[in-house]
Design a protein around this ligand. Structure first.
Ligand code: ADP
Ligand code: ASP
Ligand code: MG
Length: 438
C-alpha cells in the first residue's frame, strides 16, 4: 500500500497545524509522499503567504520596498520553526529570495516560494527527503503540463527517495525557469505525484470534512458527499466548488487512482471518496450529489427571424467570439434567438468590438447583452434515472421568487444548469439545497 498525501494551506498555516499533519502522516507507514502548500490563513482576515509573495512581486515591479510583506513572510516561517522547536535556519534562503525578487524575478518564481520554503520545513520536521518540484515537474513551451516528461523524471526521483516531501503548485519550463499552475494548483501536484508513484490512494487534506453538497460559506452546515465520481466532481469544481482544483482530476483519473478528500482538523471523519465510474461509486444518499455555482456571467442574445433556416449562423456567431478570444460556457437557442453565455470578465474589454463584428457577420435583428448573471449547477449521477429533477429545481427557485433566465441540461444528463440574476445567488442556492436535502 502506498499513499500520497497533499496538505492545503490552512492545514500548514502554523505550528499547531504542522503537528496535526505530522500525526496524520506518521499514523500509517504507507504515507510515503507528501505534497505541501504554502501557509494559508490562520483566521478569516489573515493573508495567505502566496498573496504576500504576490504583493512583493507587485511592489518590486514598481521598484518599491518589499520589506513590509517580505518581513511578514519571514516572520511566519520563523514562527513555525520556533514553535515547533526545530533546529533549522532558513535565513540564507530568505536572503537569496529577497535578492532575486528585488532583481525582478518572474511572477511565477515569486509566487512559488511559499510552497518551496514550507516544504523544506515539513520535510525536516517529518524526517523525510525534500524533493524540489523544479527538478520533477515540467511544462512545455506553451505552458501546459508535460505529463510524459514529468512522469518519467518523477518516477526516477521517487524511486530514489523512500519518503519525501514535494512542494506543490510549481515546476519548471523547458528553459529552466519556474512556472506555477493556476491558484490552488498544489492539488494538481498531488495528483501528478500519486500517478508517478503508482499510489493506491491520493489523500487530499484540507479544512472541511470532504466535498460538501454546497458551498459552506453560503449554506450553513451542508452535508458531506460520501462518494462522488470524477465526472461529477469536475462539473461541481468547474462551477465553483473550489475544494479541489478541477485540473487535478486528469492525472489520477487515467491511472485509476481514487482520491479521498479529508479534514486535517477532523481526521476521524471519512471525508469524500472520488472514484472513476458509477459502478465503483456507492449509492448516493440524495437525489442530487451536489450543487455549486458561480457569478460573473453575461448572456449575449442574438435575435434574427428565421435564423433556424440559415446554415452556418451559429458557427459565425461562435467564430466572432473565437476571434476575440472569448470562450463560451453555454449556448441555449430557440427558433429566432441564440444566446451565448460567456464570462463577463472576458467579454467586457471586447464588448463593443464583439457587437460590431456580430452585426457585420450575421446581420441580426437585435443584439442584447445581459450582465450580472450567476449560473447554478445541480449535479448528480442519479439524475439520469430519476424523474422530476428539473421540476424540483424550478419549484425551489419559484418558492423564493427567483426568475430563471436560462436553462441548460448537459447532454450527459449529469447536470442541470440554470442562469439567474446574480443578486439572487445565495437564496437560490439555499432553496435548491433545501429542496433536495432537508
Ligand atoms: P486548501 O487550502 O486545503 O487547498 P481550499 O481553500 O482550496 O483548501 O478548499 C477548501 C475550501 O473550499 C473550504 O474551506 C470551503 O470554504 C470551500 N468550498 C467551496 N465549496 C465547497 C464545497 N462544495 N465543499 C467543500 N468545500 C467547499
Ligand atoms: N499556495 C497556492 C495558492 O494559494 C497554491 C495552493 O494553495 O494550492 O493558490
Ligand atoms: Mg486548494
Amino acid at each position: 500500500m502506498l499513499k500520497v498525501l497533499k496538505f492545503g494551506g490552512s492545514s500548514l498555516a502554523d505550528a499547531e497545524q504542522f503537528r496535526k499533519v505530522a500525526a496524520i502522516v506518521k499514523s500509517n507507514p504507507a504515507n510515503r509522499y507528501v505534497v505541501a502548500s504554502a501557509p494559508g490563513k490562520r483566521f478569516p482576515d489573515d493573508i495567505k503567504v502566496t498573496d504576500l509573495l504576490l504583493e512583493c512581486y507587485r511592489l518590486a515591479r514598481k521598484k518599491e520596498s518589499i520589506d513590509g510583506p517580505f518581513g511578514k513572510i519571514e516572520d511566519r516561517f520563523r514562527g513555525i520553526i520556533a514553535d515547533l522547536g526545530m533546529n533549522l535556519s532558513l535565513e540564507s534562503e530568505f536572503a537569496t529570495i529577497r535578492l532575486v525578487i528585488k532583481n525582478r524575478a518572474s511572477r511565477d518564481y515569486v509566487a512559488s516560494r511559499g510552497e518551496y520554503l514550507n516544504s523544506m520545513i515539513l520535510a525536516e520536521y517529518l524526517g523525510y527527503a525534500f524533493l524540489d518540484a523544479e527538478d520533477a515537474i515540467f511544462f512545455t513551451d506553451d505552458g501546459s503540463l508535460d505529463l510524459v516528461r514529468t512522469d518519467e523524471s518523477l518516477q526516477v526521483l521517487l524511486s530514489e527517495a523512500d519518503r519525501a516531501v514535494i512542494p506543490g503548485f510549481y515546476g519548471s519550463m523547458p528553459n529552466g525557469t519556474v512556472r506555477t499552475f493556476s491558484r490552488g494548483g498544489s492539488d494538481i501536484t498531488g495528483s501528478i505525484v500519486a500517478r508517478a508513484s503508482k499510489a493506491d490512494l491520493y489523500e487530499n487534506w484540507t479544512d472541511v470534512s470532504g466535498m460538501l453538497m454546497a458551498d459552506p460559506r453560503i449554506v450553513s452546515d451542508p452535508e458531506p458527499i460520501p462518494c462522488i465520481t470524477y465526472r461529477e466532481l469536475r462539473e461541481l469544481s468547474y462551477m465553483g466548488a473550489s475544494v479541489m482544483h478541477e485540473d487535478a482530476i486528469f492525472p489520477v483519473r487515467e491511472a485509476g487512482i481514487p482520491i479521498n478528500i479529508r479534514n486535517t482538523n477532523c481526521p476521524e471523519a471519512p471525508g469524500t471518496m472520488i472514484v472513476a465510474s458509477d459502478e465503483q461509486a456507492t449509492k448516493p444518499p440524495h437525489h442530487v450529489t451536489g450543487i455549486s455555482g458561480k457569478r460573473g456571467f453575461s448572456a449575449i442574445h442574438v435575435e434574427k427571424s428565421m435564423m433556424n433556416g440559415q446554415k452556418g449562423f451559429g458557427r459565425r456567431v461562435l467564430q466572432v467570439l473565437e476571434e476575440h478570444g472569448i470562450n463560451f460556457e453555454h449556448l441555449p437557442s430557440s427558433i429566432d434567438t441564440m444566446s451565448v453565455v460567456v464570462n463577463t470578465a472576458e467579454l467586457e474589454p471586447e464588448r463593443d468590438a464583439v457587437i460590431k463584428a456580430l452585426e457585420k457577420s450575421v446581420a441580426p435583428d437585435h443584439i442584447d447583452i445581459v450582465n450580472d448573471l450567476a449560473l447554478l449547477a445541480v449535479v448528480g449521477r442519479g439524475m439520469v434515472r430519476a424523474h422530476g429533477t428539473a421540476y424540483r429545481v424550478f419549484k425551489a427557485l419559484a418558492s423564493v421568487d427567483v426568475n430563471v433566465r436560462m436553462i441548460d441540461q448537459g447532454s450527459s444528463e449529469l447536470n442541470i444548469i440554470v442562469g439567474i440574476d446574480a443578486v439572487h445567488y445565495e437564496k437560490a442556492l439555499e432553496a435548491i439545497y433545501k429542496e433536495f436535502v432537508k
